[in-house]
Design a protein around this ligand. Structure first.
Ligand SMILES: *Cc1c(COP(=O)(O)O)cnc(C)c1O
Length: 403
């Protein structure tokens, strides 16, 4: 099995148990924390020794997920004081790096007060504000400068760099900002940060991109007489939601990465990956029960308990999310049980909006009212990014499978 593997047997078992436990239609997120731990250990073990693996908290900030990962990853990447608090609530020690655009003085100072390992600085103005805050605390803030490279960079689902975006410091401005940082008494320039894309599926292209990051970091380090301690290559290892077996292959990435490291890594530099999606996606599933089946304008629809207010990812990305059907013995209280066989079905939620679609024209062998639809690879950017209050339906249950 490749990186795609999701804990199907354990999640299906938990889903059936939910049907048995409640007469109410099932709607739940199920997370397998054993799988999460094992998967992230495998990713970390596959990376070359000079690499560090951080977890980007925004992908899934659930305390159980954070607690599971605290002993496994080298640290956490946060982009708000709220995320920082969530990490500190489960672990007082683990290294945390603080990034994100638009940091307020309160956030920068809060990050200093809480002893973050590094602040990822997004602009010259932010650098100057951080300098002043650190000086007031009579300390020096360790920073990476986040760079938006000139590009073009390889294609991926989301681009943060190589194109005009709000992220990072334009590569053309970088020498000036690096000069300010290198001469400062209140910030200490430790290296450079390059989270440039998300959902990269091509390991060779990604290794080449990391090679480019290393070359740039080395050049700027040399120009400013700075020892580059850290090159942060960001996250971006992808999941192929059309066919999860074709997701980013970390084991296949490693030899290409090793070659780039051998060629371009400045001496003594650690290479940090701060991944969210690839680490958290496969452990989680959104499990919903079919409430109704209908045909409108010649197209089959299954309406389920839940919807995009719990799981906005497919609507946000415009994709059809992969699922399996788990048959159940759920009764219909004496009424005929609606059923379809060997059709393509569009799975929609309970919201009064035609955008509330989780999967489109997906083939099913058999689907009945009362069966479960299990959307797998839903552990990252699922619940976290959804508009929970829209229409005021109840939230899903959250089930965590431990050892
Ligand atoms: C979102 C984010 C990540 C994680 O990205 P994934 O694509 O989920 O791996 C890493 N770094 C930064 C700065 C981010 O904003």
């Amino acid at each position: 099995m490749g990186d795609d593997a999701w804990p199907r047997r354990r999640i299906e078992q938990a889903a059936r148990a939910l049907v048995d436990a409640s007469p109410e239609p099932v709607c739940a997120y199920v997370y397998d924390l054993v799988h999460l731990r094992r998967h992230v250990c495998a990713v970390r073990a596959a990376l070359p020794g000079v690499c560090r693996l951080f977890y980007a908290v925004k992908a899934n900030a659930d305390p159980s997920v954070l607690r599971t990962l605290a002993g496994v990853v080298d640290g956490f990447e946060v982009a708000s004081l709220g995320e920082l608090e969530k990490v500190r609530a489960v672990n007082a020690e683990v290294p945390v790096v603080f990034g994100g655009p638009g940091k307020t003085d309160e956030e920068l100072d809060g990050a200093l007060a809480r002893g973050v390992a590094l602040v990822h600085v997004e602009s010259l103005h932010e650098l100057r504000r951080l300098e002043r805050l650190a000086a007031r605390r009579s300390t020096a803030a360790d920073v990476l400068l986040r760079v938006n490279l000139a590009g073009p960079l390889p294609a991926a689902t989301l681009a943060m760099g190589g194109v005009p975006t709000q992220f990072g410091i334009d590569e053309r401005e970088l020498p000036v900002v690096a000069g300010v940082a290198a001469r400062s008494c209140s910030v200490c320039l430790r290296g450079f940060h390059f989270h440039s894309l998300s959902n990269q599926l091509d390991p060779t292209a990604h290794a080449r991109l990391v090679g480019l990051f290393l070359r740039r970091a080395r050049r700027w380090g040399d120009e400013h007489g700075v020892a580059v301690g850290v090159v942060n290559a960001g996250g971006g290892f992808g999941i192929d939601y059309g066919d999860p077996r074709r997701s980013f292959d970390v084991a296949g990435f490693a030899p290409h990465l090793s070659r780039e490291l051998a060629l371009h890594r400045p001496p003594g530099t650690e290479v940090v990956f701060e991944c969210g999606r690839h680490l958290a996606a496969s452990c989680g599933a959104y499990v919903v029960e079919v409430l109704d089946l209908k045909v409108n304008h010649g197209r089959h629809f299954a309406v389920v308990r839940g919807g995009t207010h719990h799981f906005r990812l497919p609507a946000s990305w415009g994709h059809s999310h992969p699922f399996v059907v788990v048959p159940t013995d759920r009764g219909t209280d004496g009424l005929p049980r609606p059923e379809v066989r060997n059709v393509r079905v569009t799975v929609a939620g309970q919201l009064c909006s035609p955008k509330d679609v989780l999967a489109r024209d997906a083939p099913v062998e058999r689907l009945r009212v009362g069966d479960l639809v299990v959307f797998h690879h839903a552990g990252a950017y699922g619940w976290e990014i959804s508009h929970h209050e829209f229409l005021s339906h109840p939230p899903p249950r959250f089930v965590f499978l431990g050892p």
